[in-house]
Design a protein around this ligand. Structure first.
Ligand SMILES: [Zn+2]
Length: 429
């Protein structure tokens, strides 16, 4: 795009148009430079996010789309355009696919005449600026009413990057999955049908062609990264003995290769708790029995005295995993550590309207001990992740899938279970 064209476009963009873009991307415009709108870096919870530059011609196309009712998808990164019956999903690709530019000519595509305007045709499109071939995969229904395409993004899904050091827009494309229906489609119907088509297509690409793509879940507040524990600035010679299995479990959430796998992080810390449950439970049972034996009114000749011990042991024997967890938290985690953690600003995460459904909120004024509330939440969340079908009490709660929108918002819960794991390890060393 020449600069002159850029300036022409800038005259077309009214302040009202710019605020539409600010709203849809949750950005704030700072200036216009070299044919781009520049949106300022945002400071969220102390984390500086990069600025974004949007070419003016792309900005105009986005405004036009917004004006005809297009909006960003709620669950995934991408756009929905009901008036055109069009949905575009950003996708991630794992590994080398058989459908790459060097081998794509071996493939044929099930294409029929259609009424859509496709920007490119299979098997690939050449990008002059980057001297790069991008593959284009497209199939269409027999009657031409519906097309599914994987190809470089349209303006709506342009990656938002800062300008380079010379103030130029970076060459930017990403792969998107596009669904074209036969025309204007009601929004919820369009979301449903495009999801169904995307699911089927990605499944078959994986199974039939070993070509693995996944839809990118939408991440809203990636800044919800609060540390549950303060950082210590003195590095010392280590004093904490750690068993191999605990060391391995504890390192998983910090492993770069695992990044983004929030449900796995949660379960790794949870498994550490699980490891200590039987020992702590036994310890607690022994303590209770010993207390009974030492009580002044204990009389080994009296059945009622012996029964007290029997009851205590039986209760302990029948304790569920949830009860054992509560016991563990009560025994090993100081109440003030929980108070301290929960007094941090977690953006309402642990409150009644928090982003994770099917788990109890934590309320320091409820009268129930924090240890008990925390244990209930941690256990219910664990059940949602592993989907404990055998436990009738949780049959209704829906499974929490890796990479779902909820999973991506787990960070404060991961920090909480990490805090519990650390305290339990320290208490049992
Ligand atoms: Zn088509």
């Amino acid at each position: 795009m020449s600069e002159a064209a850029g300036e022409d476009r800038s005259k077309l963009l009214q302040p009202d148009d710019i605020s539409k873009i600010e709203r849809v991307f949750n950005l704030r415009q700072v200036n216009t430079s070299e044919g781009h709108l520049i949106f300022g870096p945002q400071e969220r919870n102390g984390i500086r996010q990069s600025e974004a530059a949007i070419p003016l011609d792309v900005a105009s196309e986005i405004v036009e789309a917004i004006d005809r009712g297009a909006e960003r998808l709620e669950e995934y990164e991408g756009w929905i355009d009901p008036q055109r019956g069009y949905v575009e999903f950003e996708v991630r690709q794992q590994g080398l696919s058989a459908l790459r530019s060097s081998t794509i000519e071996k493939f044929t595509f099930d294409i029929h005449p259609c009424t859509h305007e496709h920007a490119s045709d299979p098997p690939f499109i050449y990008d002059e600026e980057r001297n790069h071939f991008s593959t284009v995969i497209r199939v269409s229904a027999n009657d031409g009413s519906t097309c599914i395409e994987i190809s470089p993004n349209s303006p709506l899904c342009l990656p938002l990057l800062p300008l380079d050091v010379e103030g130029r827009g970076r060459p930017r494309t990403q792969t998107t999955l596009k669904i074209y229906l036969s025309g204007s489609t009601e929004k919820t119907d369009l979301v449903r049908r495009s999801r169904e088509l995307a699911n089927s297509f990605l499944f078959e690409l994986n199974v039939r062609h070993r070509c693995s793509y996944s839809l990118r879940p939408r991440v809203e507040n990636r800044s919800q990264r609060r540390h549950g524990t303060a950082i210590e600035y003195t590095v010392r010679f280590p004093k904490t003995p750690i068993a191999d299995n605990i060391a391995a479990l504890f390192s998983i959430p910090s492993d770069f290769a695992m990044r983004g796998n929030h449900t796995l992080f949660y379960l790794s810390y949870y498994q550490i708790l699980e490891h200590y449950m039987p020992a702590v439970h036994k310890r607690e049972t022994v303590r209770k029995v010993r207390r009974l034996l030492r009580s002044l009114d204990f009389d080994e000749e009296k059945d009622s005295s012996v029964l007290k011990i029997l009851n205590s042991v039986e209760r302990s024997h029948g304790a569920s995993e949830g009860e054992q967890l509560r016991n563990l938290v009560q025994e090993c985690v100081p109440e003030n550590r929980l108070e301290e953690f929960l007094s941090l600003d977690h953006g309402g995460h642990f409150g009644k309207n928090g982003p994770i459904s099917g788990v109890p909120a934590i309320n320091s004024k409820s009268g129930e001990s924090l240890a008990s509330q925390v244990a209930k939440r941690v256990y219910m969340l664990r059940n949602r992740i592993v989907h404990a079908k055998d436990d009738a009490r949780y049959a209704e709660s829906k499974v929490l899938l890796p990479l779902s929108r909820e999973a991506l918002r787990l960070q404060p819960d991961i920090e909480l279970v990490r805090l519990l794991a650390i305290e339990v390890i320290v208490d049992n060393r």
